[in-house]
Design a protein around this ligand. Structure first.
Ligand code: HEM
Ligand SMILES: CC(C)=CCC/C(C)=C/CC/C(C)=C/COP(=O)(O)OP(=O)(O)O
Length: 306
């Protein structure tokens, strides 16, 4: 188990945590895209649920994702303390004690799963529970400290939200939500390794075996390119299977071509560039826009051009 604040020498909080610290534990910025992909999964599904129930389902995805992020930080408080990027989070900075974070994370997890089950259906609730458990146990506790492939397998947790959104409406899954799952699954390695190339030293300091630390930059750049190629196929699956329409088709083709150009620039570069817009920074930023665009296009096809 990760060491307690006292064992790891983290600051012990002198004051009760502020509500802003609880919010920070949920990683709200990262979760905007998680929630958006969940919303698009819900809106792309055939059938109809009452708008209040749809809103509740999205709220549950947001709360479940926030709960998972909280439990991730509860476990990693001492690791976060060693990295500049994460040292100011509520636990390593000593603004909150680990017990409060644990209670908050477990409480929010249970609440989000039960509320989703009661508001929509228990299949969707089980998928939400699986994604929380996957992120906490498979990624955070098991794989992250052990293997440089941690995010490839562990990243599956982040691919579940569109499946949950879809299942909230239909009570099952079919080809399109599986295709959207695969798109996020294969998108995660280029998204994260691009970032890991420019915060590499942080992970090294914390002893986390991220790919650039373990296998070096050249191998990471090659892997980014490899996963981009697989992601490109995943992005085109909905087009090839005619699961989506023209807007998605054009967006996926153009968006993925640009992704490939940026990934190729990362591949060609042999070492980090201190310049602000180095290829890896550009790819990381664009990776986020890319998912927003492709998922948005799925919904436009379903609702505007139906
Ligand atoms: C295991 C998989 C993943 C890892 C290791 C990862 C890691 C990271 C890291 C370290 C950051 C830097 C900023 C921060 O910590 O706040 C980041 C940013 C971000 N990630 Fe990921 N990520 C993963 C999967 C995802 C998924 C599945 C999504 C959404 C579908 C996502 C969306 C974002 C967004 C939107 C940002 C930008 C946040 C901002 O503007 O500050 N990430 N990611
Ligand atoms: C519905 C549901 C449960 C969704 C979960 C979504 C999910 C797993 C998203 C992953 C995004 C994320 C913040 C990864 C950070 O990795 P990290 O924790 O290794 O990053 P760090 O170095 O910033 O702590």
């Amino acid at each position: 188990m990760a060491s307690t604040p006292i064992m790891s020498g983290l600051n012990t909080p002198a004051m009760p945590a502020h509500w802003r610290d609880f919010l920070a534990l949920t990683k709200p910025r990262v979760m905007t895209l998680v929630v958006f992909t969940g919303l698009c999964g819900l809106l792309a599904a055939p059938g109809h649920i009452h708008p209040v129930l749809a809103f509740t389902a999205i709220l549950c995805i947001a709360l479940g994702a926030g709960a998972a992020a909280t439990l991730n930080q509860w476990w990693e408080a001492d690791i976060d303390a060693k990295m500049k990027r994460t040292a100011n989070r509520p636990l390593p900075a000593g603004r909150m004690d680990r017990q409060s974070a644990l209670h908050f994370g477990v409480g929010l997890s249970v609440f989000s799963v039960i509320l989703l089950g009661m508001a929509t259906n228990w299949f969707a609730a089980i998928v939400l529970a699986v994604s929380i458990l996957f992120y906490v146990f498979i990624y955070t506790i098991w794989l992250k400290p052990r293997t440089a492939q941690n995010i490839v397998i562990g990243g599956a947790a982040g691919a579940f939200p569109p499946v949950i959104g879809w299942a909230a409406v239909t009570g099952d899954v079919s080809a399109l939500p599986v295709a959207l799952f695969l798109l996020i699954f294969f998108w995660t390695p280029p998204h994260f390794w691009a970032l890991a190339l420019f915060v590499k030293t942080d992970y090294a300091a914390a002893g986390i075996p991220m790919l650039p630390v373990v296998s070096g930059e050249v191998a990471t750049r090659r892997q980014i390119w490899l996963y981009t190629a697989i992601m490109a196929v995943a992005a085109l699956v909905p087009v090839l299977l005619r699961l989506t329409g023209l807007v998605y088709g054009v967006t996926a083709l153009a968006g993925t071509a640009l992704f490939a150009v940026f990934a190729f620039q990362v591949y060609r570069r042999r070492e980090s560039d201190p310049a602000r817009m180095a290829p890896e920074r550009r790819l990381f930023k664009y990776s986020i826009l890319y998912l927003f665009l492709l998922f948005g296009a799925v919904v436009v096809d379903r609702w505007v051009l139906a």
